[in-house]
Design a protein around this ligand. Structure first.
Ligand code: BMP
Length: 216
């Protein structure tokens, strides 16, 4: 994924019209929009098709199934215009490989450790192994928690130059600059942008905060 702003907007909402409008107003301040179950269940894959016309859409279905079912899901997402997809790593290497194969050159990001408090209960205990799995399976990168920058650093040491996308900034308590300094390539931000009175200004402020640590 090409990352200039190092910022991805999560469109976690159920009103397709609002999602498309919001994406339009924030597009130039972010590298991609992330679309997940809430929006697709509400608006169908058509909303993904519409968003894909104006840039990179990262399709976050957190795929976690047997290889054949995973493949079918990825094919639908790519067919609708996704430039990247997110899958879980805990399902095992065969399922992640099925996602990578089905993506046909589109980006695949593997969730290795989740950002919420519950992410410590199970995912954190296996994150290093899952990062190695993502590397072996030729994924584009991993998803790791901005809420725990020290974990981003630890995972960076394992995955070398693969990309790290870090959610958990703002509403979940993480700080964009800290995640980037720890080794994230980009942060994923939802509520801190789309719930702001001026989402474009909120996105610009986060991008500026990121630039302030990148140019050092
Ligand atoms: P918010 O900035 O509103 O907390 O949204 C974060 C986004 O990142 C949501 O779309 C969520 O599903 C996603 N995400 C996360 O928060 N933690 C993870 O570990 C993995 C995610 O994909």
């Amino acid at each position: 994924m090409r990352l200039d702003q190092r910022l991805i907007l999560a469109l976690d909402m159920t009103d397709p019209k609002r999602a498309v409008e919001l994406a339009g107003s924030v597009r130039s301040h972010v590298d991609a929009v992330k679309v997940g179950w809430p929006l697709v269940l509400a608006g169908g894959l058509d909303v993904l098709r519409t968003l894909a016309k104006s840039g990179y859409v990262l399709c976050d279905f957190k795929i976690a199934d047997i290889p054949n079912t995973s493949r079918l899901i990825v094919e639908q997402a790519v067919d609708a215009g996704a430039s990247g997809i997110i899958c879980h790593g805990f399902v095992g290497e065969d399922s992640v490989r099925a996602c990578v194969d089905a993506a046909g050159g589109k980006d695949v990001f593997v969730v290795v450790e989740m950002s919420h408090p519950g992410g410590v209960e199970y995912t954190a205990k296996h994150a290093e192994d899952l990062a190695r799995l993502a590397t072996r399976a030729n994924a584009t990168g991993i998803v790791a928690p901005a809420t725990r920058p020290e974990r981003v650093s630890a995972l960076r040491a394992i995955i070398g130059r693969k990309q790290i996308l870090a959610p958990g900034v703002g509403a979940q308590g993480g700080k964009a600059s800290e995640a980037i300094v720890a080794g994230a390539d980009a942060v994923i931000v939802g509520r801190a942008i789309y719930e702001a009175a001026n989402p474009a200004a909120a996105a610009t402020a986060i991008a500026t905060e990121i630039r302030s640590v990148v140019s050092r």
